[in-house]
Design a protein around this ligand. Structure first.
Ligand SMILES: [Zn+2]
Length: 321
């Protein structure tokens, strides 16, 4: 293993070699929905592991859940994965965004409960922790998933997302909320600009106050507060410190999309165009992409097309078992 060069550190670039972190790092915090305090430890992992979650409170083989669209289940308000033994990990999206955004291919994410902590509502703490220990290159070429034909998913009320061919991971997303504090916002992102750490990672999750009341009635949002979410009430932002950046809401949606797209199991080369994206839409899009073998190819960084999707998923699962 060798230290990744300075130019690739913290970057979204899809360099030639697979990466992991240089040493383990521990964080802890509260789950936004469960309110439960959880310790999370990121461990370096060997090439072709992918992003593998491990529930230490479950242990042994039953505790491992690979972050892959084939393990994603439909849930409200967050992205959840579940293995064949019924072990779940909830709220993985802000971690996944940090890993996809920073170009980390392999990690074991150990946690002692079912929900990833919300931290400050963004990926900032995770990115800082990873920068603290550093990213290293492994002795294996990176594989990525290249979109070669359009794939589109549509939900109700003008909510849709499409992936089309592009030379890098790119986003063009728009949101439109009735609360005038949020309103219409749009944002374009190209991973080649390497702006993930500076433009996106600090963007916090957001909601409107009436949704907070609904979540609480549904038994969710127990750990939510103005410390970990932007909250709008009829056009007024309730957080005293104000926004961290212009268009913070749509940039957080970009963060969520980057995280959810990593359920492909490897970095994506393609342009995501989305109107009013959410976790359900993004997950369905990745699943639709992986189902349509004419829409993508899996390419090694030494430029050879190496395998069909099914083969690669099997290889990944075998490597992580
Ligand atoms: Zn989010």
């Amino acid at each position: 293993m060798k230290q990744a060069d300075a130019n690739s550190f913290g970057a979204t670039s899809f360099g030639a070699m697979q990466t992991t972190i240089a040493s383990a790092v521990t964080m802890s915090g509260v789950g936004v929905h469960s309110g439960r305090h959880t310790v999370i430890k990121l461990h370096p992992a060997s090439a072709d592991t992918g992003i593998l979650f491990y529930r230490a409170d479950i242990g042994d083989d039953d505790g491992y859940v690979l972050a892959h669209a084939s393990n994603a289940i439909e849930t409200q308000l967050c992205t959840t994965i579940k293995n064949n033994n019924g072990t779940e990990v909830r709220m993985i999206e802000h971690l996944m965004a940090a890993f996809h955004g920073l170009g980390i291919d392999n990690l074991v994410v150990e946690l002692d409960g079912p929900e990833v902590p919300i931290f400050d509502g963004s990926s900032a703490n995770i990115v800082d922790a990873i920068h603290h220990v550093g990213i290293i290159a492994l002795d294996s070429h990176r594989t990525y998933l290249e979109v070669v034909a359009p794939v589109r998913v549509e939900l109700d009320a003008g909510t849709w997302a499409q992936l089309i061919p592009a030379p890098s991971l790119q986003l063009d997303i728009s949101i439109n909320f009735t609360d005038p504090g949020i309103g219409e916002q749009s944002y374009r992102y190209d991973s080649r600009d390497e702006h993930f750490s500076t433009e996106i990672a600090h963007a916090r999750t957001f909601c409107v106050y009436s949704d907070v009341e609904k979540m609480r009635r549904a038994g969710l949002g127990k750990g939510g507060s103005l410390e970990n979410a932007l909250v709008y009430d009829n056009g007024t932002l309730m957080n005293e410190g104000g926004l961290r950046m212009e268009n913070e809401c749509v940039k957080h949606k970009a963060l969520d999309c980057i995280g959810d797209l990593y359920l492909a199991g490897m970095p994506i080369k393609g342009l995501l165009i989305a109107e009013r994206p959410g976790h359900r839409l993004s997950t369905l899009l990745v699943q639709a992409l992986l189902r349509d073998e004419s829409a993508y190819r899996i390419v090694s960084s030494d430029e050879d097309v190496i395998a069909s999707s099914a083969d690669t998923i099997q290889m990944t699962l075998a490597a992580s078992a």
